[in-house]
Design a protein around this ligand. Structure first.
Ligand code: PLP
Length: 448
């Protein structure tokens, strides 16, 4: 880690000093890595006019299942579709409930509406930003069908206590692995721990194959129920689950969910290189945080060393912010100053879902009441104020650069941007505008 000279270089770039980031990042942030191998695989599908088939998709599913370490994998047109199918496969139907963190992308839970179900939000742990196992059990009712554990921003959710609670109450566990492909929880691969895993593989994610999703499970019934929802051409005489047999031939959900074969073809290539590229990302991202060890105000969002847990491909990596260590400086002002150093970052993460109208008032389907409670036996809505830990998170986190290559010198410059601001925060307090009423976004962040 380069040490800072005194004098000129300590003047923050925001106040006219030299920027901490001087080097051109080159391809540091480019993702996914696309080579001739991807091009050839995709062109093969194109030239064979096989875009709408499923031969390549089924090869990809087999290879993915081996890599993931599950018996079955099923490709989808999106992660949203894969998660909806996972909910359906776990038995979510009219009046049923899933328990999910509010701090996540909407597709971790919103599809429950389309099944006649609804969502109950649980708090997150402020260090992991994943669902807090201690806030789940009291939210379980006789209508709860599943707990959705999101490995949020790459951090593996604390699966052991979650699984214990789920087993005790006979509810299923769905892992949303969209942020964490290849990550480990205590040495075990995320996506193999719950009853079913579903994830996005769209182009912004760490395993990025175009526009696609996939579901993985060891449970044949879950696999076949997931298939029945929107894979009409594969929902036929091959089905082994007795009660599904009389219904084969048409998609039970009225959806068409198969994966585009150009994505499957790219998926086969990307998967072959994924572990190696992920290892490089892990090395780079861990080095970034090692450079910032002990700097006030900023704290790594990563599992402790030696825990056997990892961040997978560090999708949408974030850091934790402790304003009390910087005289109460707002994360908004902090991010302005770091960005001025040549390291563009933004405050907050996903806006807590329970603060959106769709989880409070919106009547989507004409029930004459909010969809959230359209089929419920009670008013389970959670107004702003009801999830205080979650509601604090946006003012206590910020995006960090997502390095794809281990190039220490460049990474050190980006780390210096954070260190410089944290060590010279006092002048920033003078004109700190504070945080706006809400931080973060409903969609996602810039992927760098
Ligand atoms: C991206 C994402 C999804 C949805 O996946 P799509 O492929 O975009 O439909 C679901 N859950 C989380 C947590 C995500 O980030």
């Amino acid at each position: 880690m380069q040490t800072m000279a005194t004098g000129e270089s300590e003047v923050l770039a925001l106040f006219g000093g030299p920027k901490a980031v001087q080097s051109n990042p080159g391809d540091m942030f480019d993702w996914p890595i696309v080579t001739k191998e991807d091009e050839e695989a995709i062109l093969d599908v194109l030239h064979r006019r096989a875009m709408s088939g499923s031969d390549i998709t089924q090869l990809f599913e087999k290879e993915f299942a081996v890599w993931q370490g599950t018996q079955y994998a099923l490709g989808f047109s999106s992660g949203t579709a894969a998660l909806q199918a996972a909910m359906y496969a776990c038995g979510v139907g009219v009046g049923d409930e899933i328990i999910c963190p509010s701090l996540t992308y909407w597709a971790s839970c919103l599809q429950a509406y389309s099944l006649g179900g609804t969502v109950v939000f649980a708090e997150v742990d402020p260090q992991t930003l994943c669902i807090d196992p201690a806030d789940i059990e009291h939210r379980i009712t006789d209508r709860t069908k599943a707990i959705v554990a999101v490995h949020y921003l790459g951090y593996p959710a604390d699966m052991d206590p979650i699984l214990e609670i789920a087993r005790k109450h006979g509810v299923k566990v769905i892992e949303d692995v969209s942020h964490a492909q290849g990550g480990l929880y205590k040495g075990r691969k995320v996506g193999t721990l719950g009853d079913v895993a579903a994830m996005s593989l769209m182009s912004g994610k760490s395993l990025a194959i175009g526009e696609a999703g996939i579901l993985a499970t060891n449970d044949l019934e879950i696999y076949e129920r997931a298939l029945s929802l929107g894979h009409y051409e594969r929902f036929g005489s091959n089905i082994q689950t007795e009660y599904l047999k009389p219904h084969v031939g048409l998609p039970l959900g009225g959806y068409k969910y198969r994966m585009h074969q150009m994505s499957s073809a790219m998926g086969r290539v990307q998967l072959r290189h994924y572990d190696e590229r992920m290892t490089e990302i892990q090395k780079a991202m861990n080095y970034f945080w090692d450079c910032l060890e002990g700097v006030p105000g900023v704290k790594a969002h990563r599992p402790p060393k030696g825990s056997g847990s990892t961040m997978g491909g560090w999708y949408a990596a974030h850091g934790l912010y402790c304003p009390e260590e910087l005289g109460g400086l707002s994360v908004t002002r902090f991010c302005q100053a770091v960005s001025a150093e040549g390291c563009g970052i933004s405050p907050g993460a996903n806006k807590p879902l329970h603060s959106h109208a769709l989880f409070n008032e919106t009547d989507v389907y004409g029930h004459g009441k909010p969809t959230r409670i359209a089929n419920s036996n009670r008013d389970l809505r959670q107004p702003v104020g009801s999830l205080p830990v979650t509601e604090q998170i946006p003012s206590r986190c910020y995006s960090i650069p997502w390095f794809k290559h281990y190039r220490p010198q460049i990474i050190e410059e980006y780390a210096l941007a954070f260190r410089k601001v944290a060590e010279n925060y006092e002048r920033l307090l003078e004109d700190d505008p504070g945080n706006p009423e809400s931080l973060g976004g409903w969609h996602f962040f810039r992927h760098r």
